[in-house]
Design a protein around this ligand. Structure first.
Ligand SMILES: Cc1cc2nc3c(=O)[nH]c(=O)nc-3n(C[C@H](O)[C@H](O)[C@H](O)COP(=O)(O)OP(=O)(O)OC[C@H]3O[C@@H](n4cnc5c(N)ncnc54)[C@H](O)[C@@H]3O)c2cc1C
Length: 399
C-alpha cells in the first residue's frame, strides 16, 4: 500500500514529471526537502528498512498489504520520494503523477485512514537518519509536502472509486508459448477494461499474492474485450516465470488500472519511429494497430530487436501487418548472426536509417536499450520531448 510507493508510477517521457527549468528558483520547502534527501541518499536502504519496520510494528494490520519480500518495494519507495521531492514545486505534473499513484493504490486496499501512519513512520525515519539537516524547519516542510502528497492521492482514489473498480479479475483464455521463454497470455477481464494502445497494466498472479508487475497490452482495444500480454520469463523472475511456465487457461489473474502515456498523438502528422526490444515489441504492435484503425497514412517505421533470430517471436505477425499497410516498414535487428534482418544492436540500426526529425519516437524494452535508443534518436534529430517510453529508471539514479 504505501502512500508513496512508485509501483504504478512507471515513468514515461510523457507521463513522468519533466525536469523543472533550471532557471526557476526552488521554493524554500523544496530546498529544505532536497537537503534531507541528499543526506539520506547514501543510506537509502537503511532508512527505508527502518521506515517499514516502524510502520509494521506500530500498525501490524498494514503488513498484509505488502508483498512477502520487500526488496523491490524499498526501491520503489525511495524512487517515489525522490520524484515527489524533485518536483515538489511543479504542482501540475506532480498532481498527475500522484493522482495516478493514488488510483493505482486502490488495488492494495489502501484507504485514507492509512496515510497518517505512513506519514508518521516517514517523519520518524527522516528524523533519525538525517540528523544534519533535520530540525523544526525541515519537519514543517516535510509535513506540508506529505500532507499535499497524501491528499492528492486520497482525492484521486476517491474520485476513481466512482467510475472504476479497484482491480479487475481476468481469466486466462489463451496461453501460447512462442519460444522457450516467451508466452503470449490472453485474458478475459470480468468487467470491461478501458485502456489505450501503448499503455500497460500492473498484474498480480495467484502464485505470488501482493506481488505486482507491469505488462504492456499487446494489441489496441479489441471488440471482444480480450487483452493480450507478451511475457518473457527472466532468470529467477517471480511473476514472469509463473506466467510463462505455470499459468494455464482457466487460471485467474488480477489487473490494476491501465497506466503509461506511450500513446499515439493522433493530432500529429509526423511519422512514428517505434523501437521495441524483446517483449518490448508488444506495445509497439498495439500502436501500429492503433494507427491503422485511425486510417491516417502516417509513415510508421518499426525496429524489432532480439538477441537471436529465434527470439523474433512475433516477426511474422509484423510482416503480415507490413504487407497490409503500405505506410508500415518493419526491420528486424538481431544482435548475433541475423538471417532474418540486420545484424547489430537497435540504437546503431536506428542511427543507420536516420535522420528522423520528421518522426516522433516510441521506445519499449530493457532499460539499457531505452537509454541508448533515446540518445540515438536525439542524435538523429528528434527532440527529447517527442520521444515516449515507459521506463522506471529515469528519475532514480542507477545503483
Ligand atoms: C511499464 C513496463 C511495462 C512492461 N511490460 C512488459 C511486457 O510487456 N512484457 C514483459 O515480459 N515484461 C514487461 N515489463 C517487465 C515486467 O514488469 C517485470 O519486471 C519482469 O517480467 C520481471 O518480473 P519478475 O517478477 O519475473 O522478476 P523479478 O522477481 O522482479 O526479478 C527477478 C530477477 O530478475 C531480474 N530482472 C528483472 N527484469 C529483468 C529482465 N527484463 N531481464 C533480465 N533480468 C531481469 C531482476 O533484477 C531480479 O534479479 C514491463 C515493465 C515496465 C516497467
Amino acid at each position: 500500500m504505501t502512500a508513496i510507493s512508485a509501483d504504478d508510477g512507471a515513468t514515461t517521457t510523457g507521463g513522468v514529471p519533466a525536469p523543472r527549468e533550471k532557471t526557476e528558483v526552488p521554493s524554500p520547502d523544496a530546498v529544505v526537502i532536497r537537503r534531507t534527501l541528499a543526506e539520506i541518499e547514501p543510506i537509502a536502504d537503511e532508512v527505508t528498512s527502518y521506515f517499514y519496520a516502524l510502520l509494521f510494528v506500530q500498525n501490524p494490520w498494514l503488513r498484509d498489504m505488502f508483498p512477502p519480500a520487500m526488496d523491490a518495494q524499498r526501491d520503489r519507495l525511495f524512487g517515489a520520494l525522490l520524484t515527489a521531492a524533485e518536483h515538489i514545486d511543479d504542482t501540475v505534473t506532480l498532481t498527475d503523477y500522484l493522482a495516478h499513484l493514488g488510483r493505482g493504490h486502490r488495488k492494495y486496499g489502501t484507504r485514507s485512514e492509512h496515510y497518517p501512519a505512513v506519514g508518521e513512520a516517514l517523519m520518524y525515519a527522516l528524523e533519525r537518519y538525517a540528523p544534519g539537516t533535520w530540525g523544526p524547519e525541515a519537519e514543517a516542510a516535510w509535513v506540508r509536502a506529505y500532507t499535499a502528497i497524501s491528499q492528492t492521492m486520497i482525492d484521486a482514489a476517491a474520485a476513481d472509486e466512482l467510475r472504476a473498480p479497484a482491480w479487475w479479475d481476468a481469466e486466462i483464455v489463451g496461453h501460447e508459448r512462442r519460444t522457450s521463454e516467451v508466452a503470449v497470455v490472453t485474458v478475459r477481464p470480468e468487467h470491461p477494461y478501458p485502456y489505450r494502445a501503448g499503455q500497460y497494466a500492473s498484474l498480480e498472479t495467484p502464485w505470488w499474492p501482493r506481488v505486482w508487475r507491469h505488462y504492456s497490452f499487446a494489441s489496441s482495444p479489441r471488440s471482444d474485450g480480450l487483452l493480450s500480454f507478451h511475457v518473457k520469463a527472466v532468470p529467477a523472475g517471480w511473476v514472469s516465470r509463473a506466467l510463462v511456465h505455470r499459468a494455464r487457461r482457466g487460471d485467474v489473474i488480477r489487473l490494476g488500472p491501465p497506466g503509461g502515456s506511450m500513446t499515439v498523438d493522433h493530432a500529429s502528422d509526423r511519422g512514428l519511429i517505434c523501437v521495441g526490444g524483446s517483449t518490448g515489441i508488444a506495445p509497439i504492435k498495439a500502436l501500429v494497430e492503433d494507427v491503422a484503425q485511425h486510417g491516417r497514412r502516417r509513415p510508421v517505421e518499426v525496429f524489432f530487436g532480439a538477441n537471436r533470430d529465434a527470439d523474433l517471436y512475433d516477426l511474422d505477425s509484423f510482416l503480415d501487418l507490413e504487407r497490409r499497410h503500405p505506410w508500415l516498414a518493419v526491420r528486424p535487428v538481431v544482435e548475433h548472426f541475423a538471417t532474418r534482418g540486420l545484424t547489430g544492436r537497435l540504437p546503431e540500426a536506428v542511427r543507420q536509417f536516420g535522420p528522423w526529425q520528421e518522426f516522433d519516437g516510441y521506445l519499449s524494452g530493457p532499460p539499457q536499450m531505452i537509454r541508448k535508443s533515446v540518445d540515438a534518436l536525439v542524435s538523429c534529430g528528434i527532440p527529447a520531448d517527442r520521444i515516449r517510453h515507459d521506463f522506471t529508471g529515469t528519475l532514480v539514479p542507477p545503483k
